[in-house]
Design a protein. Structure first.
Length: 422
């Protein structure tokens, strides 16, 4: 009997991944929300460096008040529409661009921008609860939402996933950890997942004594060893509150119960997260700490586009360590799991109280440990609510938590024995 012909690896790959006819080159159109922030500027860097065979265009820009920076972006990327949150900044920009670009104003202008712009993917880097209405507006159009505004999922995860089902859009996470999980799950079944290992750098205080953390200054807390991020996210990394919010986001994005979410401290920020399956296999997504990677993936999903971003590097990848989080040093982490268990308005309350507390810490009005104290107090005092909740009920909870957190901070500053009640 003749022996079967040997198959080379090349023939095997060709048989299983035979290239089809070349697809026509199409320009992908982006809406960049928060164009002057960290996510926005890195998105525009990717647009500027996009190869000719995968061109990117900017359909619209949204920013807060840095009109001179937006003016430079308008000159370079030629969007048809721009929205500025600050009316005075909008007026300055309008005068500078003349009739070349339509400039919209305020929250109404931002929502009009989303409703009118001709885009394929919205990269959403607006920070805080202010990003929720834009998230809703993108999904109501049935568009792809590249989401870096984790607060949207923390406050209204159930609402946003319902909008995806109703309107046919898609949420592609841009947080590096959630992008990693998203990529590890490509082609996999969720009922075959044993647990997800969500990595955390541990921030600047991973090895510092607890007493030093409690006395930390804003400058020390803002000195992240790996990432260049905005102030709120960086402070959240120092307390691990940011990871607590990411636990909530992970729960909503992938319908994961809390017992399947495992936080791992990984100081090098090379392994962005891992998925462990029921057969014991663990799949990880790795890369240098560079937010342009997950942004690029969100832009091109479900394809992968060419970039000059760095991949494997012996110096960076040679020593990777993992350890359990110290809950005594980082008590904020437990609040993420508590919010999942409590449900309702808990996410909105935690997010809002943390925003107020972080700002008070940056102004040196409270200590770093009191940031977590304020958020915990808000959750403890939160009025009970029924589910499901609409957008307005969630915003009401957000405003309640802001008022409560402000009063609680006033009580801390006054040294009151009995802090104000809601």
């Amino acid at each position: 009997m003749p022996r079967p012909e040997a198959r080379s690896p090349e023939r095997f790959l060709l048989a299983h991944a035979a290239p089809g006819p070349p697809e026509p080159t199409l320009t992908k159109r982006l809406l960049v929300l928060g164009s002057t922030g960290s996510i926005g500027t890195q998105t525009l860097d990717l647009v500027a460096s996009a190869p000719a065979d995968a061109p990117l265009a900017v359909a619209g820009l949204a920013a807060s008040s840095s009109w001179e920076q937006v003016l430079e972006q308008v000159r370079q990327f030629r969007p048809a529409l721009v929205s500025m949150a600050d009316p005075e900044a909008a007026q300055q920009l309008r005068a500078a661009v003349g009739d070349d670009v339509e400039v919209l104003t305020g929250e109404a202008g931002l929502l009009e921008l989303i409703a009118r712009a001709d885009f394929d993917v919205a990269i959403h880097g607006i920070v805080g609860a202010a990003g929720l209405r834009p998230s809703v507006a993108v999904l109501e159009r049935g568009k792809t939402l590249g989401l870096a505004n984790k607060e949207s999922m923390v406050i209204a995860g159930e609402l946003l996933t319902r909008l995806v089902d109703e309107h046919g859009g898609e949420i592609i996470p841009v947080d590096s950890e959630h992008s990693a999980v998203f990529q590890c799950l490509r082609g996999e079944r969720l009922d075959r997942v044993r647990r997800v290992h969500l990595t955390a750098s541990g921030g600047p205080f991973r090895t510092r004594p607890l007493a030093e953390i409690q006395r930390a200054t804003p400058e020390e807390a803002l000195a992240h060893p790996n990432w260049d991020m905005g102030p709120r996210v960086t402070i959240g990394s120092a307390t691990l509150m940011n990871k607590a919010l990411e636990v909530i986001e992970l729960h909503h994005l992938f319908s994961l119960p809390p017992e399947q979410i495992h936080v791992v401290v990984h100081a090098q920020s090379i392994v962005h997260s891992m998925v462990e399956f029921i057969d014991g296999s663990v799949i990880a997504q790795l890369g240098p700490p560079d937010m342009r990677g997950p942004i690029h993936y969100a832009i091109h999903h479900p394809d992968r586009g060419h970039t000059n971003l760095e991949g494997f590097n012996f110096d960076l990848f040679s020593k990777l360590t993992f350890e359990a989080p110290d809950l005594e040093r980082f008590p904020a982490l437990a609040l993420g799991f508590r919010v999942i268990a409590d449900g309702g308005t808990a996410g909105a309350v935690l997010n809002a109280a943390d925003e107020i507390a972080v700002q008070a810490f940056l102004e040196e009005r409270i200590s770093l440990s009191q940031v977590v104290e304020v958020s915990t107090a808000a959750l403890d005092a939160r009025p009970s609510t029924s589910t499901p909740l609409g957008l307005e009920e969630l915003f009401d909870a957000d405003q309640w938590a802001r008022r409560f957190a402000s009063r609680h901070i006033s009580g801390l500053l006054a040294g009151a024995d009995t802090l104000p009640t809601p």
